[in-house]
Design a protein around this ligand. Structure first.
Ligand code: NAP
Length: 259
């Protein structure tokens, strides 16, 4: 039976740990967190404060949830005196399979890119792997938090990082601006965010980008608003946002590899 080691219990690691527990209450899970606040007991699995306390075996699946900038320090704590440390699923933004292999003893690697909607079953996690069995395991785990998307080109994971991982923040920023304007239009402050979220919920439920034309009736309010978005080059702003985010992934990989 696979033992799961969730490394880094921040925003993402906690959700993944809980997801593993939801997959099966019998899953054998150990969390690794270097600075777990004292007295923290609400995690449904054992936690140790360093990976050096664990001897990895071929039956292990490590799920790396630390920040990319911490990879180098983490690699120094790892007990590399093992012939086969099992599989590694990394959710780190930017860090390529090649860089992971440079710092870690793992050869079976999967890069996964979820988002924090996993606990609502709404994180369609993209993943890329060099190992078929690890891919099946990754698909199985993340299918409990949304619909996994298997990509065959590692480059696509950096694009997924910008759109699936970071993207929810970009969309929420749009909703924030809508909410601010609703308030400026004197909608009560407790209702303004609800208006924005109503718009977001509707758009998300449509799951079809071509629906814009159905919402846009000729000479109507939507058409007038879209004209302003076009005038201010909204598409370029968003494309440039995504492109910059992808470049940051490449930068993180480069900086880590050159460390
Ligand atoms: N947040 C998202 O929505 C999201 C989405 C997709 C992918 N990701 C990826 O997920 C990863 C984690 O993001 P996050 O938002 O969860 O960050 P986070 O909240 O900062 O969590 C990272 C955790 O790892 C701990 N840590 C650092 N070094 C460690 C070590 N050697 N051993 C054990 N624990 C260690 C950190 O402790 P300290 O704070 O004490 O350093 C922190 O608690 C990142 O690589 C990010 O690219 C995040």
């Amino acid at each position: 039976m696979t033992r799961f080691i969730v490394i880094g219990l921040g925003n993402m690691g906690r959700q993944i740990g809980k997801l593993l527990k939801n997959c099966s209450p019998h899953n054998n899970i150990i969390g690794v967190e270097k600075n777990l606040p004292k007295g923290e007991t609400n995690l449904p699995f054992t936690v140790v404060d360093s990976i050096s306390k664990i001897k990895l075996t071929p039956n292990d699946c490590s799920i790396l949830c630390i920040k990319p900038q911490d990879l180098h320090e983490f690699s120094k704590e790892l007990n590399t005196n093992v012939s086969d440390p099992g599989g590694l699923i990394s959710v780190l933004a930017g860090i390529s399979t090649e860089t992971l292999q440079k710092f870690l003893p793992h050869t079976k690697i999967c890069r996964a890119m979820p988002n924090l909607a996993m606990d609502k079953g709404k994180s369609d996690t993209a993943f890329y792997t060099n190992d078929k069995a690890l891919g099946e395991l990754t698909n199985n785990i993340f299918s409990h938090g949304g619909s996994p998307i298997n990509v065959s080109n590692e480059r696509d994971i950096d694009t997924a990082t910008a759109i699936i991982g970071s993207g929810p923040a970009f969309i929420l920023k749009l909703c924030h601006a809508m909410s601010d304007e609703a308030e400026w239009q004197r909608v009560p402050s407790h209702l303004a965010p609800k208006f924005a979220m109503a718009s977001l919920k509707a758009a998300a439920s449509m799951e079809d980008l071509s629906k814009i034309s159905q919402i846009t009736s000729k000479g109507g309010t939507t058409e007038a608003g879209l004209r302003v978005m076009n005038k201010y080059n909204f598409d370029n702003i968003i494309r440039s946002t995504v492109r910059t985010s992808i470049s940051k992934s490449h930068e993180l990989d480069h900086e880590t590899r050159e460390y």
